[in-house]
Design a protein around this ligand. Sequence first.
Ligand code: HEC
Length: 173
Amino acid sequence: MQRVRRVAIATVAAVIVSMGAYAVTDGSGDPSAVKSDDGKWMDKNDVPTFKVEPDGTVDWYSYVGFTRYSSECLRCHGPDGMGSTYAPALMESMKRLSYTDFYAVVAGGKQDVSASQGLVMPANGENKNVMCFIDAMYVYLRARADDAIGRGRPQKHAPKPEAFTKAEDECMG
Ligand code: HEC
């Protein structure tokens, strides 16, 4: 009995330690930015992530993500990823969805839980205005889910990286 209890306590302690300072509320795991490829930040698993400086300056991709989200997704999903009566709050969804889940729904669409009400998430696989900026929208919503970026347009952002301009030109054609 004693022994079982000790093991249980040790397990709980190990879990807390492995979580570190970060409480897991992110479908892709720890969002900490560990490396940047010309202003595009990645976490330790090479998944795109946000980077917010102590003075509130957000990385360029999060900023673009906000503007693209507002033009392509807001009309259904509400301002700042907060949801509407029509479509779910993506800042909540991101606590559960991984990068791959997100990508699959945005590209392929979804008609599932709300099918009875005829609510549809459109497929965007052919829509360059969405697909060319999918990583930016992902990092913005990830930041919203992790409470790293508040409501509204981020006031300060990092300068536009050259790599972004190049990728945008190539993708938009
Ligand atoms: C025409 C309205 C509409 C637009 C525009 C739209 N969505 Fe959706 N979206 C929906 C609806 C409705 C659902 C719920 C579908 C279901 O679960 O059946 C949904 C679901 C999703 C989900 C899954 C959420 C979850 O909790 O599983 C993601 C991710 C998503 N949308 C991302 C986006 C992004 C990113 C954009 C902008 C590029 C976007 N959507 C634009 C209507 C829309």
